[in-house]
Design a protein around this ligand. Structure first.
Ligand code: SAH
Length: 382
């Protein structure tokens, strides 16, 4: 609290005076009775309250959300790398001062995900503020994340403003990509990897590329645009791969003959590639969250070690491994240790060329270090 962290755990709450329903605004007082600010009450969650404001006099009302949403949107518009983007995260929860609120814009459509009781309660105010700040055609709600369960909230999805266009695409670094805001993962597209996709493009010329956990082919298409000799893309989701193939067709300047899409489990596919004696010059490992929280860290660490070890073994000398973890439960240092251990066990000498993270529309609040969920390394071997 003193450090302006926005979460108050159940154990830190001595008592609640009066009554509060889920999502109600409560005034937070210190042990000594000093007013610390205003928070949203989450009676079902271990995180019992989330701070809306550290201003003791703050009033949490429609005007508060209007200001907070407009400020977050304006920060993106003021950033030269974000201002011209079709796809951009407009609100990144705690790190933008709006706990439980995630909002992505894809062209004319805004996708909103509310994950806390407080955010859920203020849905209408947030939607009105988004429409006003962005002038968007439609707001689509994708509040179907598992974490809502921990707040005692049911999944909510659907259009809450306007109408969705028949087809939605964005252009990222010159490549057109389909975005399925209704059926896609999360809000439809992984915007956090935008900068790392550009780096992949810059490093791909003449290389044999293997893109593991490719989803709809974001990295694959950038690799092709960067002049990759071939790109093998693997994912276990047939619909994601089908979208990837459609995305390739949307970009006729790319050489489709260089691309192969394979529906497979990556853990199995990497072993098969190894047994077949295949080798690559650039391997991307961007798996799903193996460790949603610290409690899953040990099992997740084994899974990361496994794929990274296999990845290192499949590289030609001079090859690059671009490896990621988006697990909140695995910190940067632990991730580095796992990757270093994988290289050692694979018997390769390697070095880190780049430390990678999420794009700047996914900021990390200085008081919210757990906001740094995405970490990556670009390692070279040989
Ligand atoms: N790199 C992607 C995002 C990856 S999200 C991008 O830039 O857009 C993680 C992906 O891993 C999802 O598409 C999911 O379908 C896939 N996945 C999850 N477990 C898998 C497994 N065991 N084998 C193959 N793919 C898997």
């Amino acid at each position: 609290m003193a450090r302006r962290h926005p979460w108050i755990y159940d154990a830190a709450v001595a008592r609640l005076d009066g009554r509060a329903r889920p999502g109600d605004t409560v005034t937070v007082l210190s042990d000594g009775g000093k007013v610390l600010g205003k928070a949203a009450w989450s009676p079902e969650s271990k995180i019992r309250a989330r701070m809306w404001s550290f201003d003791p006099d703050a009033v949490i009302d429609h005007a508060f959300f209007k200001r907070a949403v407009a400020a977050s949107v304006a920060r993106r518009q003021a950033h030269p790398a974000l201002a011209g983007q079709d796809g951009v995260r407009l609100i990144h929860g705690e790190s933008d001062g709006l706990p439980g609120v995630v909002v992505d814009r894809f062209g004319p459509v805004v996708v909103m995900q509310l994950t806390s009781a407080g955010a859920d309660k203020w849905r209408e105010a947030i939607v009105a503020a988004l429409v006003q700040a962005t002038g968007c055609e439609a707001v689509y709600e994708r509040s179907d994340s598992d974490v809502r369960g921990r707040e005692g909230l049911e999944p909510v999805t659907g259009c809450v403003h306007g109408e969705l266009p028949a087809a939605l695409t964005i252009v990222e670094h010159g490549i057109r990509m389909e975005v399925d805001v209704v059926g896609g993962h999360k809000t439809g597209f992984y915007l956090d990897q935008r900068d790392n996709r550009r780096m992949t493009r810059e490093l791909s010329a003449g290389r044999r590329v293997l893109n593991c956990f490719c989803y709809t082919g974001g990295f694959s298409l950038q690799a092709l645009a960067g002049g990759a000799e071939s790109v093998l893309s693997i994912d276990s989701s047939a619909p994601a791969l089908a979208t990837g193939a459609r995305n390739l067709a949307l970009n006729p300047t790319l050489d489709a003959a260089r691309a192969t899409w394979r529906e497979a489990d990556v853990f199995t596919a990497l072993r098969e590639l190894r047994d077949a004696g295949e080798r690559f010059d650039l391997i991307i490992l961007d798996p799903p969250k193996f460790a949603p929280s610290a409690a899953h860290a040990e099992r997740a660490a084994r899974a990361y070690k496994d794929i990274n070890l296999l990845g290192f073994r499949l590289l030609n000398p001079g090859g690059l491994l671009m490896t990621y973890s988006c697990s909140g439960g695995i910190g940067v240092e632990l991730f580095h240790k796992i990757v270093a251990g994988a290289a050692a066990d694979a018997g390769v000498d390697g070095r880190i060329l780049h430390r990678l993270s999420a794009a700047p529309d996914h900021p990390v609040g200085l008081s919210v270090p757990e906001g740094e969920y995405l970490k990556g390394l670009c390692c070279q071997v040989g």
